[in-house]
Design a protein around this ligand. Structure first.
Ligand SMILES: Cc1cc2nc3c(=O)[nH]c(=O)nc-3n(C[C@H](O)[C@H](O)[C@H](O)COP(=O)(O)O)c2cc1C
Length: 226
């Protein structure tokens, strides 16, 4: 690797912990993330914009192909826009659940209990509509090809979900298919592809989650140490 004082700076501010503290922190984070659940019954209790801004800043700190940061987060809090998104999403979902999905997909979704009704899209205070940018670059106004777009936006979304959870916000990844309507409603250019909608807010009192979601594969099934 080539470094020079012109192009590089010393790694600064990176935390160092004693080994037992490292393990303690890793386990504490794992424990915290264990209580994350996709929630589909939200309260209308408001969530201030600065909380969402902080979570999106965390997402924006994610690694990305050539550091092009090929993401955009349209944070929708207005009641009219949320209604528009709900209407458009439900129209697609009706098609999906009445045949477009196919039997195998509907079968896989059955234990979750989802259907075409998405009232939470209006009840929850925030719909974070995430877009993937085909072109962009590091600096504002650049028009360069982006790389590893899906991988990068997926990682940023993961950080966003973790940040929301740490802040005490419930989330739901919602992916109506197709989602082209989001470009119009969120006023985003054609070069951006809607990636997913992250619903964020407080869970409703007595919110239920599917037992199916509690089944997580054990470490032996998801990892090998070679
Ligand atoms: C890419 C992706 C798309 C998803 N799409 C939807 C969706 O459209 N509607 C929904 O209710 N849940 C959706 N989910 C949530 C999953 O159903 C949920 O993550 C899974 O059942 C596990 O539950 P948990 O998140 O509580 O661990 C999606 C999750 C992911 C990662």
């Amino acid at each position: 690797m080539k470094t020079s004082d012109d192009t590089h700076v010393l790694l600064d501010g990176f935390p160092h912990y004693p080994e037992d503290e490292m393990l303690r922190r890793a386990v504490a984070f794992q424990e915290s993330m264990r209580s994350r659940r996709s929630v589909r019954q939200f309260s209308d209790k408001p969530v201030t914009r600065d909380i969402i801004e902080a979570c999106v800043r965390t997402a924006g700190s994610a690694p990305s192909g050539a550091n092009h940061q090929p993401w955009f987060f349209a944070c929708v809090g207005s009641a009219e826009k949320k209604r528009e998104i709900r209407r458009a999403a439900e129209a697609e979902e009706r098609e999906f659940y009445s045949g477009r999905a196919g039997e195998e997909w509907l079968d896989a979704l059955a234990p979750i209990g989802t259907d075409a009704d998405k009232p939470y899209m209006e009840t929850a205070p925030w719909l974070i509509c995430i877009f993937a940018q085909r072109r962009g670059g590091v600096r504002e106004g650049e028009d360069r090809k982006n790389y590893y777009i899906h991988e990068s936006v997926g990682i940023a979304t993961g950080l966003l979900i973790a940040a929301c959870h740490e802040a005490g916000l419930a989330t739901l990844v919602h992916t109506p298919n197709p989602m082209k309507f989001l470009n119009t409603i969120c006023d985003r250019p054609e070069t951006e592809k809607p990636f997913l909608i992250l619903v964020a807010g407080h869970p409703a009192e007595g919110a239920m989650v599917p037992k199916h979601a509690l089944i997580k594969k054990p470490l032996e099934e998801i990892a090998a140490f070679l």
